[in-house]
Ligand binder design. Structure first.
Ligand SMILES: Nc1nc2c(c(=O)[nH]1)N[C@H]1C(S)=C(S)[C@@H](COP(=O)(O)OP(=O)(O)OC[C@H]3O[C@@H](n4cnc5c(=O)[nH]c(N)nc54)[C@H](O)[C@@H]3O)O[C@H]1N2
Ligand SMILES: Nc1nc2c(c(=O)[nH]1)N[C@H]1C(S)=C(S)[C@@H](COP(=O)(O)OP(=O)(O)OC[C@H]3O[C@@H](n4cnc5c(=O)[nH]c(N)nc54)[C@H](O)[C@@H]3O)O[C@H]1N2
Ligand code: SF4
Ligand SMILES: [Mo]
Length: 758
């Protein structure tokens, strides 16, 4: 990185004068003035001494939290009893959501590294912006528009994601970008798109309460989605709860049936269940004939998946397999739920579709208590899947369809030729691009890739090869930020406005209930600033505020399956307790019409709080039919052998830890609720054989790294398998970089390791 002459450092954070609200155009003068960023005022939708409701910014459940303010400062929060998602409940992270915002390592000014190996030093925004633009422009001029990429997130607002994607591709003229949603939801996205014609999780949380059979596959909601699990616990039908997980998780222990299958035998198991359901004649032929295609071929295909064959592959007795199938056959309202045990695998898309196939063949979709339901992860994974402008054109449009291009260009007020036609590389391809010297600049926003990406040591070594690395985060201390050439301090949840879309497609609002520290800016505002300095602000003249951006996104959604043109504005979302898509404008005018005729007093009451998709049996494919999609199962990419005889499973450890712990690690309360150092769950038989005692140190080794962990001797893992939570930095030094061919999602959940006492 070359370093231009810059005015560094700027005014220390504590000397910054009181912040004035910024309403005018983004002039150089305003930008230069540290007080000119419009950070300070609590918008008028929040009253300074009152309580306001907003959604939580951790997981995709999207709970409503009441934030209590005094003198314009958020002082406390509580779970909202009226919000339709959580009905007065919250998990430890939600209760502690304000604490991480006050952490001492918050970024308060931009930071720059003037020389390789040197420290990160404070600078002002103008210098940071000049550097950002000069470096990326120089790379573009020298190496072309494919030489700079960004990696972003499912954890900023929908408006910010959309702005970022448009700024990068349309304004700055680059092509390659992806987000941590690839690590998380890419499989569900591709599976739904191929099977249903659109990325559309069909359920509403009421389905947790209305099912009589719930099947959870590779999903541990007790830990990862505790409030969804509370909804299951409210189910009044004494449901059968089936859990498919190699581990006896907290969820499995609370279930009525646990199938501790061999890791990555899900696809075979699911085809085996389809085989048995056909054999038992437990399929709904009328539904299949009216609403699907490909069933006959699928039925022929699963003939080979005899109970004997499946039992051997999955490690489940034939008798139990039959019991599993019989439970589905006996259910009146069967729902299937899956999460990362499915999405993070080498054949994950077909596995997710094997679940979808079971729902289709039994007609378990479009009715209360049913569905093939992917539970999402991050607070705005759903926003990222549709509006990030990364893999598809904004709002799930097609960058090579002329009508779509014209529509988006018209809404954004830009020249259609500015929209690139080239597809973006996926996350792993961007990483490969760095290795091959094609990607030379990287901008990382709201993700901590240096901890969370698979085969971490390779990734971190590759970051060293970049000419310029920018990291935009709340904290300057993250593993990724510590490697940056330029760090941009971001405002977090609670310090900005915008919308998040939860697992059941509910659009919820976050509000600004406190000032960001120092000169930290919202990601939205940083995009405005970059547009200004890059010289493309004219293309973003309509993106004046998050709410103005939301109005654009509403238009983008018009006539799409996720049509949300019926949402009026942020106040409407607030008043409704969140609004699920779709809500086309037409449905709202019907409501208004009935008010005029005196049938309804309050049009808001017209929107039911729990809506599911496909009630009419029509899917989003061109012929309106869902597809049965399937493939032969393939062997695990790195199976255990003599040298590395254990299978390493990874995932969430406790409900108090969030991913790489940059936020949850800042709370004294949460830190008391989980082990401080990396631990490994190992079966007592294996522990005894290897001379490992409870709590003693062990070495875990894969072909890529060796790490140290404390032994947690427990029968919840099977012999020959171990589990390490993803929250500890070490874990991804071990993982093996294999990817599903359709979704390119990393197969985090299984690789070969050895275990030894230390
Ligand atoms: N507390 C907390 N909650 C979170 C998060 C967090 O970091 N902390 N993160 C959020 C995010 S982004 C996500 S994506 C979700 C993840 O939510 P989940 O997917 O429920 O959580 P994981 O623990 O990653 O994985 C679920 C289970 O998959 C199992 N598994 C491993 N291999 C296999 C296999 O081959 N087959 C099957 N059937 N199961 C297997 C693991 O044993 C694990 O119990 O959680 C969200 N909620
Ligand atoms: N081995 C293994 N690895 C895994 C997984 C696994 O199961 N096993 N799960 C994968 C999954 S599902 C996921 S989702 C990923 C998660 O991996 P990451 O996304 O890397 O994890 P986070 O800790 O959530 O990182 C988010 C970062 O964004 C910052 N941040 C928070 N809010 C904002 C904001 O508003 N603006 C900005 N600019 N920054 C913000 C936080 O401080 C934090 O540094 O990990 C993946 N990695
Ligand atoms: S369950 Fe998820 S959304 Fe609800 S309070 Fe906990 S972290 Fe927040
Ligand atoms: Mo995730």
């Amino acid at each position: 990185m070359k370093f231009p002459a810059l005015k560094i450092p700027s005014t220390p954070a504590e000397l910054i004068p009181p912040i004035r609200a910024w309403t005018g155009p983004l002039t150089e003068e305003l930008v230069r003035s540290p007080g000119g960023f419009g950070l300070g005022q609590i918008p008028d939708r929040v009253t300074p001494d009152d309580t306001t409701t907003m959604v939580c910014g951790f997981c995709s459940t999207g709970c409503g939290l009441n934030v209590h303010l005094k003198d314009g400062q958020a002082i406390n929060l509580s779970a909202d009893a009226t919000y339709p998602v959580n009905l007065g409940m919250a998990c430890p992270k939600g209760w502690e959501a304000l604490t991480p915002l006050s952490a001492p390592d918050r970024g308060t000014t931009p930071l720059v590294r003037r020389r390789r190996g040197g420290p990160l030093e404070s600078c002002d925004w103008e210098s940071a912006m000049v550097l950002f633009c000069e470096e990326f422009k120089a790379l573009k001029a020298k190496h072309g528009p494919e030489s700079v990429a960004f990696l972003s997130t499912g954890q900023i607002t929908t408006e910010e994601m959309a702005f970022l994607g448009c700024l990068f591709k349309i304004g700055m003229g680059f092509i390659h970008c992806d987000s941590n949603t690839r690590q998380c939801m890419a499989t569900a996205h591709v599976a739904y798109k191929q099977s249903f014609g659109f990325d559309a999780p069909p359920y509403t949380y009421a389905d947790f309460e209305e099912s009589d059979v719930l099947v959870f596959i590779g999903s541990n909601p007790c830990i990862a989605h505790p409030i969804m699990w509370q909804r299951v616990m409210r189910n009044p039908h004494s449901p059968e709860i089936l859990v498919v997980d190699p581990r006896a998780t907290e969820t499995a222990m609370a279930a009525t049936q646990h199938y501790a299958i061999q890791p990555k035998s899900d696809l075979t198991l699911l085809y085996g269940l389809a085989h048995l359901l056909i054999e038992m004649d437990a399929v709904r032929r009328e539904f299949i004939e009216a609403h699907t295609t490909g069933f006959e071929e699928f039925a022929e295909f699963v003939r080979a998946f005899s109970p004997r064959h499946v039992s051997a592959a999955a490690g489940i007795s034939e008798e139990r397999l039959r019991h599993f199938a019989q439970t589905i056959a006996d259910g009146k309202r069967v729902s299937f739920w899956w999460t990362m045990g499915v999405n993070q695998g080498h054949e994950s898309t077909r596995t997710a579709q094997a679940i979808i196939n079971l729902a289709l063949m039994t007609g378990s979709i479009g009715r209360p208590g049913t569905g093939a339901n992917s539970i999402t992860g991050q607070c705005n994974a759903m926003g990222s899947r549709i509006f990030a402008n990364i893999t598809s054109l904004l709002g799930a449009h097609d960058a090579n369809d002329d009508a779509d291009r014209a529509k988006i260009a018209g809404i954004l007020g830009i020249d259609e030729s500015a929209i690139p036609r080239e597809p973006s590389m996926a996350y792993d391809e961007i990483v490969r691009g760095i290795a091959e010297g094609k990607i030379k600049g990287l901008w990382v926003i709201a993700t901590n890739s240096s901890h969370s990406w698979i085969h971490q040591s390779e990734f971190n070594a590759l970051l060293e090869r970049l000419d310029f690395l920018v990291v935009q985060d709340l904290y300057s201390t993250t593993e990724t930020a510590q490697r940056a050439d330029l760090f941009l301090p971001a405002a977090g949840w609670g310090e900005k406005e915008g919308t998040l879309i939860n697992s059941e497609r509910r659009i919820g609002l976050i509000k600004k209930i406190r000032r960001a520290p120092g000169q930290a800016l919202s990601d939205f505002h940083i995009c405005q600033l970059i547009a200004h300095y890059w010289g493309c602000a004219a293309q973003f003249a309509r993106w004046t505020s998050p709410e103005a951006a939301f109005a654009l996104l509403k238009e983008v959604s018009r006539n799409q399956p996720n049509d949300m043109t019926g949402i009026r504005d942020y106040h409407h979302i607030d008043a409704e307790g969140g609004i699920q898509w779709p809500l086309p404008e037409a449905s709202l005018s019907r409501a208004t019409h009935s008010i005029e005729h005196g049938q309804e007093h309050d049009c808001e009451n017209r929107i039911s709080t729990e809506r599911r998709l496909f009630e009419d049996g029509r899917f989003f494919t061109p012929d309106g039919r869902a597809r049965f999609l399937f493939d032969e199962p393939r062997a695990m990419p790195e199976p255990p052998d003599d040298e590395y005889p254990f299978i390493l499973l990874t995932g969430r450890g406790t409900s108090s830890q969030w991913h790489t712990n940059t936020r949850t690690g800042k709370s004294d309360v949460l830190r008391k609720l989980y082990p401080a150092h990396c631990y490994v769950e190992i079966h007592p038989t294996d522990a005894r054989r290897l001379g490992i005692r409870p709590n003693s140190p062990v070495q875990l080794a894969s072909r890529r790294a060796k790490i140290r962990a404390a032994a947690f001797v427990t029968p919840t893992v099977q012999p020959g398998q171990i589990f390490v939570p993803m929250h500890y930095r070490e874990v991804n030094t071990l993982t093996f970089p294999a990817f599903d061919p359709h979704s390119r999602q990393p197969a985090y959940k299984a690789c070969a390791v050895s275990v030894a006492a230390l």
